[in-house]
Write a protein that binds this ligand. Structure first.
Ligand code: COA
Length: 261
């Protein structure tokens, strides 16, 4: 683990990114955000990676958001620069060619929830607490939370949660549609998350990427443009060896062996 309080390692074809600042509840310091951006570039260069999981060390916090102790000593310009760096250094989670998943092992507050909102999937431990409490601290979410929560839930719920600085339990977040799933047990949480993600790793790698690109594209396109994107994304699968392997495996009644080609 680096001094910046975040590191990554590959476990099979999963890139596991771990926030590790337990004394500050894995809060986002400047150094951590900078290193997070580097990690994104390192993972992008690793052709073996087929899924990125972001999690926090320990079981108390996924990430408690901005490092409020560091923030206290920062000038207004420092804060402005930090807000910009959230976009440049954390944004790769949202544009990654392979899916990204936030394994929310504890509190995900403020920037912690915003980090999770950048991911394609969010899985929570049963004791996790989630919220964007910034207005109770005299600011607003500054790492995309106002926009991404509104897109995810609609304006009505986003206003409710952000203006009321609500802290949700994991089951509440599930009912609202902020998390995909709440795991039943806190023990072995990461293991359970990996089991949940297993179908993603079993799928044909090119098809997983193509599906991800097509579905993500729906948010910014009308239906006509979206259907064109879908056809374009399909083309990558149509030309693949893995598609032929899937058809052969089906007729031979065996499991396909995908090569990502
Ligand atoms: N920045 C810096 N330090 C933080 C922090 C943050 N965002 N959140 C927690 N810490 C520190 C605490 O100050 C404490 O350190 P100390 O003992 O040296 O004072 C340590 O982490 C443990 O926190 P504590 O509150 O005692 O743990 P807890 O288990 O009771 O509660 C949280 C955990 C995450 C629920 C709680 O710390 C919390 O609500 N933090 C603030 C989160 C927040 O509002 N984030 C939004 C920022 S915009």
């Amino acid at each position: 683990m680096s001094d910046a309080g975040v590191g990554w390692r590959r476990r099979g074809s999963i890139a596991l990114v771990t926030l590790e600042r337990p004394e500050r509840m894995n809060a986002l310091s400047r150094a951590l955000v900078t290193r997070f951006g580097e990690i994104g570039r390192e993972i992008a260069a690793d052709a073996e990676v087929r899924l990125v999981i972001v999690t926090g060390s320990g079981d108390k916090a996924f990430c408690a958001g901005a490092d409020l102790k560091e923030r206290a000593a920062m000038s207004q310009d420092d804060v402005r620069a930090l807000l910009l760096s959230y976009e440049t250094e954390l944004g790769w989670l949202e544009t990654s060619p392979v899916p990204t998943l936030a394994a929310i092992n504890g509190a995900a507050l403020g920037g912690g929830l915003e980090l999770a909102l950048l991911c394609d999937f969010r899985i929570a431990a049963p004791h996790a607490v989630l919220g964007l409490p910034e207005t109770s601290l005299g600011v607003i979410p500054g790492a995309g939370g106002t926009q991404r929560l509104a897109k995810l839930l609609g304006e009505m719920r986003a206003k409710e949660l952000i203006l009321r600085a609500a802290r949700l339990t994991a089951p509440e977040a599930l009912i609202l549609g902020i998390v995909n799933q709440v795991m039943p047990k806190s023990e072995d949480f990461l293991h359970e998350v990996m089991a949940w993600a297993d179908p993603i790793l079993s799928g044909a790698p090119l098809a997983i990427r193509a599906a991800l690109r097509a579905v993500r594209g729906a948010a910014t396109r009308d239906l006509h443009e979206g259907l064109a994107l879908e056809r374009e994304a399909y083309e990558a699968c149509l030309q693949s060896e893995d598609r032929l392997e899937a058809l052969a495996a089906f007729s031979e009644k065996r499991k396909p062996v995908y090569r990502g080609r």
